[in-house]
Design a protein around this ligand. Sequence first.
Ligand SMILES: *Cc1c(COP(=O)(O)O)cnc(C)c1O
Length: 343
Amino acid sequence: MATAVLSIDTSALAENWHSLNAMAQCETAAVVKADAYGLGLSQIARTLSRAGARSFFVAVAEEGVALREILGKGPQINVFSGHMKGDTSLIRDAQLTPMLNSVDQMLLHVEALPGHPFGIQLDTGMNRLGLEAVEWAALRDIALPQNPKLIMSHLACADEPDHAMNAAQLKAFHEMTEDVAVPRSLAATGGTLLGPDYHFDMVRPGIGLYGGLPFVDARPVVELHIPVIQIRDVAVGESVGYGNTWIARSPSRIATISAGYADGILRGMGPNAHLHAGSSAVPVVGRISMDMIGVDVTGLAEEPETLELIGPHQSVDTVAGFADSIGYEILTSLGGRYKRIYL
Ligand SMILES: *Cc1c(COP(=O)(O)O)cnc(C)c1O
């Protein structure tokens, strides 16, 4: 079989949820947008639900509908994008809780689904989603009597603990919500790690559950092992791959492995990327193709059957670094062709 194997350690996932939950003296939700960061909504959400998560967050209503089918009645499913035109029947039928972002969304929601639960998203400086302070001031006397389930905001720089933006957003969030008797949430993974001042009534980690930075102590969740299709000898002066970008300077053994940029292994990683055969690092040579990558295995004592791209020897974040990217992008780019195994 030439299909690469992506293994997902659900006990590590559950343990990461428990670790973050132990840090927070409040409810710990779980962010499962984008197919649970590319790892598979169904298995991930079931695992987190069994671990104890009672509130989940998705990006759009359609993801919420899929999640409701997986989890059934009970868990609160919150939608970051709020209540968009066309979402009404989804929100009603799947009992989703939209995080309303604007005056328009608030009006749409209370008109279309009076009495249906909602939350409110405030902008404390990131300028991405949410009501600004003046809008909130104008709307709060209308919104608060309708019993919002949650008031939330999002930190722009939480992965940099010393960044002045964190304290500024914390202050803004306090100022906007001080006298409000509604549960509040400000922290994702980074904010959870910033400490109790940032926790309020609910933390909502995503990446930390999946083993990514900034949660340094996370247990790794993902391994990716790619089969070697063929190994060949390459003589001095011969090239490997499209564009002849790599030329052998000494007699070399080159393994062609069965994955490429169509599987989310970003083409831009090529010049910096390594894989591992056991504890030995082996460099990518030449350009990454759609379905194949050349790897220099000259130094190995034995011919490998598979090579590890993500696993015990290099983390998702190490791999992200090959393309000057972040773990989030690597996980959510993981391709649909991998054979996914849930441990
Ligand atoms: C994606 C997201 C999260 C989760 O962020 P992580 O950094 O993955 O923990 C939390 N809140 C909002 C608003 C988000 O968009």
